[in-house]
Design a binder for this molecule. Sequence first.
Ligand SMILES: [Zn+2]
Ligand SMILES: [Zn+2]
Length: 302
Amino acid sequence: MKCSYCDNAVVYSRKYAGENLCSNCFSKSIIRKTAKTISKYKMIQSGDVVGVAVSGGKDSLSLLYVLKQISLNHNFTLQAITIDEGIPGYRDEALELVRTFCSKIGIKHNVYSYKKLFGTTLEQSLELRQGEKISSCSICGILRRRAIDFGAKELGVDTVATGHNLDDFIQTFIINLLSGDTNKIGWMDPEPTDRKARRIKPFCEIYENEIVFYAFTNEIPFQSEECPHMNEGIRTEIRNFLNLLEKNHIGIKNNMYKSILKVSSKTRDESGKKWRTCSSCGSECTGNRCAVCNTLLNLGLG
Ligand SMILES: [Zn+2]
Ligand SMILES: [Zn+2]
């Protein structure tokens, strides 16, 4: 079978669009879609230094590669940021992968370790927990956020880009819905607010399976092994449920994405949101002390 746009052989069928694509046209379409998302939500401004948070998984490495190609025709530069949590084995493999890939495509790779920033690795900080009130993923997420902010500041980064895709976006919405966190739903809009540290998700309109195929067809080597601490619980169930729905009702994820944007903008409640400055670190937050500093303090690291 021939590609819908050229004479090459088909390697990917984009069912929701009725397109059959060769490898070249597929890859070009991912770059085009990402560029469209970036411009639609004003994610990157002219002259920006974009820090890409690269874990070594398929999403972040593909994002780095796609942004690299977009940057060739646009006025922004890239820095790759990897956070070393100090998870033995798991992180070492990813670090090597990212290092090699960055040097191959000519992007500077910057590593920030928990050990250096907090004086503790993730493993050690997990032992500081009192009881099991806070999950390892929550601690790790909070430490990672702080580490990325630190790196972004040091590197003069204007915008931090993460590899979250459309599936992640929908899953997060459902998790917020199921946990009753309607406040978070109001803040799901992909357009960055004018807060100090801009965060963007340029893949938020691309299906996860298309990212997997993009990495595969562009021979991007990625770490497929999952973090040994991963206990995503309900997210995995929602992921499977959404994939089943999509299989039986092609395009349903795209519909849901559009609905979430509308629900999010209608749910947003800015009345109670007063940005203040964290008394410990000076970052923006809504209380006296930010969530990151609170957690670090509770762990005895603040
Ligand atoms: Zn083609
Ligand atoms: Zn703080």
